[in-house]
Write a protein that binds this ligand. Structure first.
Ligand code: ADP
Ligand code: ZN
Ligand code: ZN
Length: 735
């Protein structure tokens, strides 16, 4: 006899619970399965949800139980492993499963669309292999190009693989197919056929690269590796070899890269070297493109998936290896909504699937350094750059001895001249966009501030505007003080002002400036970096955006303007972030055969962070920073969660936080402490008042045991309806 069946459905709502429904009408129960989407009535409308469980009991009274309207999937779009990952993530990050599922699914599936049809591919036939490409090229150049590309892609080519796109490729493909030189096919391409995946030759590995590659080849089951290699030491080569080995065994690899690291160049390098279809996932994809990439991964058609943060949720039927490049990068932690760490989730997924995972960085997160020390991660080390490339010489320039005019000191200017004269390229790093961070009255000292934030307005002079970098508010630049009518003056340096200063001193030298203001248009960042790489400009000026994995072989000098910004930050991670950006920026100088030089402007040359980094390097810095963290009980020696609240009325935010504190008392756990409530470091932002309550614990399980019931209690607090709030587990920043 049939038991009653109920669907426990995850819906994207702020409530951390599942919703029970009766199965849709006239559907055999064996068609229902966790991981399938359903359309259900919700309130007065309809929603799309994910079946999380099939249950034979429910707490919902029969008269209130509603029936699902429609089953959307024949077979699950989330397999059991992925569903387990999402459920674990929802528990760990204290976030509603429905919203977690919504983050994981491509928008097209979230909205109820069907999986994409597998992409049409064309594979080179034996006749195609035997064809004389040069002869063909004389008559039909496009056909020759397509055939040549197809020969190097055993998985077959799609129009995407033709970069730049070929005109008339449809006709050319048809002609090639008519002649029997290529044949169409769709679907999975991972054959496990070793011979089918020749990697296009790369450089001969260095001894250190070979050792790392060997270690990965010997990996059995779950193991975490920290691939620590100075910038330019050839980590990507190690990834490519490890991935090629997986492909040869018929297995897929998933590579996570930071937001800004996912460049067309990187993808091209992977495509050319690996010769298989690669699915690329990033936030800039249109719905259809994302769905196609997801489908290519889910069907096994793509041998490699390269993506940013949310690609951690990509379905993989034949997973073999996971990689997180630049694992220290903060873009792996989502900073709003479902606040997950993609790096940490991928480690969990590797353990779940019993696979090796490689975390790569020149400046590993302190957590990862500690994991190596504790023997939880195996360290693979690339201590130097291949060939003759030497690490750059780094020098601190004391601004008290060498005062800067317009942000530039005499020794830095001299060095710029010298390097340009020697045909080198120069990069100037200033992590502040706009013209000047302060606009001040020369008479009464009045400073232009944002009306909605506790922050100063930044002057963007070329646009004649004052802009708040925290809420985006803008207003025209005043010429005179609103208080006393004296003239206003720009104080301090931003990239816009530094650009003008450099243009004045080097009038004949074209300059590329990289910051959020100059790279708003899609493709602009790449285009500008390419200009610099080709040598059309020899001066490069920019912000944080320059710190990620760019390779500029002719770059010999790096100047860091204003190292002191952030040196005295309040966040416990501030020094780690600063050290990482210094080392990453400095690492751009002097690749290949040219020695590099790094000059750092500072008014505090005796600051221990700077002296340790310059004299002893990142590892010594990390060791000292870890000792400090241990002393203070900060991560990785303690575990944190941050409850943030904001409201238009200051009282409403704090009323909620105080109620949250009171709700915590009966749940008190040994080793769990609450600090606060306290105002956020920037209390008012976008017209809202912000406060926070920090939960600090000595053990992760104790923290989790406390958070689960507390999160549910928070939902029920009357004060929770008058404030916007969020709970952030393992916060990346304490504001
Ligand atoms: P990373 O990922 O550590 O920054 P890459 O793998 O991008 O380093 O390598 C940096 C540069 O050095 C690239 O131009 C790459 O082609 C080159 N390279 C890497 N390994 C070798 C090697 N073994 N021999 C010669 N050149 C190499
Ligand atoms: Zn004034
Ligand atoms: Zn503002």
């Amino acid at each position: 006899m049939n038991e009653p069946t109920f669907l426990r459905v995850a819906l994207a709502t702020p409530l951390k619970r599942l919703f029970d429904y009766l199965p849709p009408p006239s559907l055999p129960n064996n068609r229902l399965s966790a991981g399938c989407r359903v359309r259900v009535p919700f309130g007065r409308g309809q929603r799309i949800g994910m079946i999380a469980e099939i249950s034979h009991t429910t707490d919902v009274p029969a008269n209130r139980l509603r029936q699902a309207s429609e089953l959307l999937d024949e077979s699950p779009v989330l397999d059991a492993h992925l569903l387990a990952l999402l459920r674990w993530a929802a528990d760990y990050y204290q976030h509603p499963l429905g919203e977690v599922v919504a983050t994981a699914l491509p928008a097209a599936l979230r909205k109820g669309g069907a999986l994409a049809a597998p992409e049409q591919r064309w594979v080179c036939t034996d006749a195609g292999l035997a064809t004389d490409i040069e002869a063909l090229g004389r008559r039909a150049p496009v056909q020759a190009r397509i055939l040549d590309t197809a020969r190097h892609l055993p998985g077959g080519i799609s129009p995407d693989d033709l970069q730049p796109p070929a005109p008339n490729w449809r006709n050319a493909i048809k002609s090639l197919a008519d002649k029997g030189l290529i044949v169409a096919r769709a679907g999975a391409v991972l054959t496990g056929d070793h011979e089918a995946y020749p990697t296009r030759a790369g450089p001969t590995l260095t001894a250190a690269q070979a050792r790392a590659t060997e270690a990965l080849a010997g990996a059995q089951g779950f193991n975490s590796y920290l691939l620590e290699g100075v910038t330019g030491s050839g980590k990507t080569e190690v990834y490519l070899h490890a991935i090629a080995r997986q492909l040869a065994a018929g297995r897929q690899s998933l590579v996570l890269v930071p937001e800004i690291g996912l460049t067309p160049q990187l993808v091209r390098r992977f495509r050319e070297r690996l010769g298989v279809p690669i699915a690329v996932m990033h936030s800039g994809l249109a719905d259809g493109e994302r769905l196609r990439a997801w489908t290519a991964a889910a069907t096994g058609e793509a041998g490699v998936v390269i993506g940013t943060r949310s690609a951690v949720f990509t379905p993989l039927p034949k997973p073999g290896l996971f990689i997180v490049d630049e694992e220290h990068d903060t873009s792996f932690k989502q900073q709003d909504g479902f606040r997950y760490s993609a790096r940490d989730l991928l480690v969990w997924r590797a353990r779940q699937l019993n696979l090796p995972i490689v975390l790569g960085s020149a400046t590993p997160a302190l957590e990862s350094v500690e994991n190596v020390r504790m023997g939880r991660y195996d360290r693979l080390h690339l201590p130097e750059r291949p060939g003759a490339a030497q690490p750059p010489a780094v020098r601190l320039l004391d601004l008290r001895r060498y005062p800067a005019t317009d942000g530039l000191s005499a020794p830095l200017l001299a060095a710029i001249r010298e390097h340009l004269a020697a045909d080198g390229q120069v990069m100037i790093y200033l992590n502040r966009r706009g013209y000047a961070p302060i606009l001040m009255c020369s008479h009464c000292g009045h400073v232009a501030e944002c009306g909605r934030c506790d922050a100063r307005m930044v002057l963007h002079r070329s646009r004649g505007r004052l802009v708040c970098h925290h809420c985006g508010a803008e207003r025209p630049m005043p010429t005179h003080c609103p208080e006393c009518s004296y003239p206003m003056h720009a104080v301090g340096q931003g990239t816009e002002r530094l650009q003008a200063a450099l243009a004045e001193r080097f009038p004949d030298e074209p300059l590329v400036r990289i910051d959020r203001d100059t790279t708003r248009r899609r493709g602009e960042l790449e285009a500008q970096l390419e200009r610099f790489r080709r040598g059309e400009a020899r001066l490069l000026l920019g912000t944080q955006m320059l710190t990620k994995g760019h390779d500029f072989p002719a770059l010999t000098l790096v100047g860091v303007i204003d190292a002191d910004q952030g040196l005295f930050g309040t966040d416990f991670r501030a020094s780690e972030r600063l050290a990482q950006s210094f080392v990453q920026v400095a690492g751009r100088a002097g690749r290949a055969d040219r020695p590099g030089e790094v000059l750092i402007h500072t008014a505090s040359p005796e600051h221990p962070l700077l002296t340790t980094l310059v004299n002893e390097g990142y590892a010594a810095f990390a060791e000292r920073a870890l000792a400090e963290r241990r002393e203070a009980g900060w991560p990785p020696f303690g575990f944190l969660a941050l409850l943030r609240a904001e409201a238009a009325q200051r009282d409403a935010a704090f009323e909620f936080l105080n109620a949250a504190l009171a709700a915590a008392t009966p749940l008190a756990h040994e080793g769990v402490h609450l600090l606060g409530p306290a105002p956020a470091p920037m209390e008012r932002r976008q017209g809202r008042f912000r406060g926070q309550l920090l939960v600090q614990a000595t053990q992760r399980p104790a923290l989790q045991a406390f958070l689960s019931p507390w999160r549910l209690a928070l939902e029920d607090l009357p004060a929770s309806r008058r404030a916007r709030w969020s709970l952030d587990v393992d916060p990346a920043e304490l504001f």
